[in-house]
Design a protein around this ligand. Structure first.
Ligand code: 3PG
Ligand code: MG
Length: 343
């Protein structure tokens, strides 16, 4: 695994630091609904300010907008940021994905971004698996360093990759299934137990080497108060949707998690934003928190679930990366990391 050089080795006094953070946070009613990723970026921002940076210019993507779209503005994050770090030297650029050059990793857009800094600090672990202009592109245009969060994430997830204590249980769920399907095979090899829930359970082969839900909470419609009932996986009424894992599956998954000495969890088991379909995710969160194991939880939704249930301080490491943590566990080098010179 590539170990990039640390921001602590950078000479920042009097310089403008351009910092890629991952502020891709859930928004609700125009406010930040989960501030984990914002708080996780603070140590690097404070380090740069303490060391006398002339300016700290933050940049991030938010969501997957198609061009400029105010629903994806970073302004709510900016408001929160100004409360947390009231320092005039800090400013936040607008959503990098408003520019098509971002995801295309267009050198011209990377140059435009790089013009904001004398050095570049990548602290966006959550986006490090994307070879985009603001992650990979700018790394080649300015002296580049890894931020404190990025380094800590590499250390924590690296320890799962390089010799986790067995049994190693991995729990996967959630949406963004297309992103995750590729890591399944790799995880199935590395983990002793692989438990699948959420949307993902519908997309994988039923006879593969994973444990899948035996029962589900089925709903007549995709609505918070839809008519619902517990049903065996194969006996969901025609046209109904599987919106959570069922009670028997919850129990079985909790037992598997309790047996493990290392646990990695990414992705909710159902539509946990709606209380009637949150029980599966809650059961997994509680089992992970109670496990006598080294526990790592990653991915925006699972992290949010753990925070909302007040279980965060019983998890050993809460990763700010979803897809990034999965790709790292797959054994891949992350483009945003490799682009930073080695320590
Ligand atoms: C994430 O939340 O997984 C990262 O911020 C990356 O977002 P993306 O999957 O839209 O690239
Ligand atoms: Mg523990």
């Amino acid at each position: 695994m590539h170990r990039p050089r640390s921001v602590e080795a950078a000479d920042v006094a009097g310089k403008r630091a351009l910092v890629r953070v991952d502020f891709n946070v859930p928004l609700e009613d125009g406010a930040v609904a989960d501030d984990t990723r914002v708080r996780a970026a603070l140590p690097t921002i404070r380090l740069l300010l303490d060391r006398g940076a002339a300016e700290v210019v933050l940049m991030s993507h938010l969501g997957r907008p198609k061009g400029l779209d105010s629903a994806f503005s970073l302004e709510p994050v900016g408001r929160l940021g100004r409360q947390l770090v009231p320092d005039e030297r800090v400013r936040l650029l607008e959503n990098t994905r408003f520019e098509p050059g971002e995801t295309a990793n267009d050198p011209a857009y990377a140059r435009q971004l790089a013009a904001n800094g004398d050095l570049f600090v990548n602290d966006a672990f959550g986006s490090a698996h994307r070879a985009h202009a603001s992650t990979e592109g700018v790394s080649h245009l300015l002296p580049a360093y890894a931020g404190l969060l990025l380094l800590r994430e590499l250390e924590e997830l690296g320890s799962l990759l390089e010799g986790p204590e067995p049994p190693f249980a991995a729990v996967l769920g959630g949406a963004k299934v297309a992103d995750k399907i590729g890591v399944l095979a790799a995880l199935a090899e590395r983990a002793d137990t692989l438990l699948i829930g959420g949307k993902m359970a519908e997309e994988v082969e039923r006879d593969a080497g994973y444990e899948l839900p035996g029962d589900v909470v089925a709903a007549a419609a995709f609505e918070p108060d839809a008519e619902s009932r517990v049903a065996p996986w194969d006996e969901v009424p025609a046209g109904w949707l599987r919106l959570d894992i069922g009670p028997a599956t919850r129990k079985r998954y909790a037992v598997r998690i309790a047996e493990a000495r290392t646990v990695f969890w990414n992705g909710p088991m159902g539509v946990f934003e709606w209380p009637r379909f949150a029980e599966g995710t809650k059961a997994v969160a509680e089992a992970v928190a109670a496990a006598d194991a080294h526990t790592v939880v990653g991915g925006g939704d699972s992290v949010r679930a753990v925070e909302e249930l007040g279980l965060a301080d019983r998890i050993d490491w809460i990763s700010t990366g979803g897809g990034a943590s999965l790709e790292l566990l797959e054994g891949k080098e992350l483009p945003g990391v490799v682009a930073i010179p080695a320590a």
